[in-house]
Design a protein around this ligand. Sequence first.
Ligand code: UDP
Ligand code: MG
Length: 319
Amino acid sequence: MKQKCPVLHIVVPCFNEQEALPHSHERLSKLIEEMIAQGSIGAESKLLYVDDGSRDNTWEIIEKLSSESNRVAGVKLACNSGHQNALMAGLAAAVEHCDITVSIDADLQDDINVIPQMVERYRGGCDIVFGVRRERKSDSWLKRTTAGMFYRLMERLGVGTISNHADFRLMSRRTVMALLDYKERNLFIRGIVTKLGYKTDCVYYDRAARIAGKSGYPLRKMLNFAIDGITSFSVKPVRMVFMMGVLFLLIALIMLIYVLTAVALGRSVSGWPSLILSVWLVGAFVLIGLGIIGEYVGKIYIEVKNRPRYNIDTTVGLD
Ligand code: UDP
Ligand code: MG
């Protein structure tokens, strides 16, 4: 059982959100006041807005909200650094002042009414509670299908993400600290979080449409994000190159048999046997060579990321 009245910080990354932010703030601050009144979270709980180098009035709005209420804090990044980095900045700023964080997008497409449920699960002993969308009717067809394909691909590659979970989640203080130990530049937080260990749970909700403003994730950014997700967690694509090489070698063998029969039956032209065999053999060796080099590059990649080796849950008799 966790402590009774944890201090909650809700971390909200904002990029050009001047239209959505006032609405979102109204709903979030209402929720936080209610939760404090009910005694489910501590009185020092706050909303922390991270301005990810917006080019509109987002920061002015955050400053104004903060001057009006001591429940609001803000962090302004010097330039647009991307959603994942903005989220990390917010978590890093929040972690020293709170027991639990909830991260949520500024457009409130995720249902804030499950936050009390998340806190409940935390008090029941969970360290991470994932918000999972039940359906995504409100997203465009393109977004839905590409996201579906992406989650399936990630699963195939063994990346272990939670389907239909974006970055709406509760994290306890120690899991945020553990997350901050992952120093890699290519951040794919939702892949790391499932690897931290610790007890996790899910709460389910329906995803709404954006309150106002427009998506800061056009197709180009989404693709980059997907590629980051795959390449940060999996060296399987390199193995595929190697397997292709092996396949080519097999084809070369089949070609050898084919060529020999053709020659024996007198159905071959001069120059063709050596040419066709070289094509497949050289191709096979190049691919196998690339695969081997790729294995080493993959190892270097893993070392360079310098990820923590483990996270400790509890200890006994070690004071
Ligand atoms: N965001 C950000 N930096 C960016 C792009 C987006 O901090 O470069 C924030 C944005 O303000 C929002 C969240 O990330 O709070 C999710 O973005 P968005 O809603 O535009 O993406 P979608 O829900 O369409 O995937
Ligand atoms: Mg959104």
